[in-house]
Write a protein that binds this ligand. Sequence first.
Ligand code: ATP
Ligand code: MG
Length: 198
Amino acid sequence: MTSKHDKHQQRQEKIKQQVDEKVAQATIEKGLFLVITGNGKGKSTSAFGTVARAVGHGQKAAVAQFIKGGWECGERNLLSTHGVEFMVMDTDFTWETQNRDSDTAAAELVWQQAKQALRNDELDLVVLDEITYMINYDYIALDDVINAINSRPKEQTVIVTGRAAHRSLTELADTVSEVRNVKHGFDNGIKARKGIDW
Ligand code: ATP
Ligand code: MG
């Protein structure tokens, strides 16, 4: 009779074998395109966590922040002192559009800077934080974003964050994660907190 212990061991060995096979098959060396989308909390923090990871290895990263450029941001305070270039939207754009023309112009300006970053082969990582909204509102042309991502340097990784990522982006991406909202303290009246929410 096989004991529980033996069964467990057999299962683990099988899993190990499957993982080993997958590891052996993963031989492509290139920068990735990642999309982090969904309605839950954790998209931008995930992207910034990856910037910290890259910088910790001595790599070079740049971040374009769409929407919340004027807002305080703990990650920007920290990472900009570690050589990370930030491109931010110079507008008080909020979720309700105030002025479509000035918002489009502000988005376009950051996008032009982001495009430079996507051509710069010294950058290992480029984050396009909250760009999905700019695309969905038609402030930035989807095709232009797809082209810029497609023609970036081979070793460069790009991370796009934001809710409702366009299908063309998720189809093009190598890795897509959807953060699902199970619950959020805000819905129970807990105020956004410094160091947690920004
Ligand atoms: P974070 O920057 O904390 O990782 P995020 O990038 O996933 O959040 P955004 O849609 O960019 O989420 O929203 C940013 C702000 O909105 C943060 O302060 C975050 O706590 C808050 N937020 C995120 N998800 C929710 C939610 N489901 N309900 C209410 N507020 C939310
Ligand atoms: Mg975010």
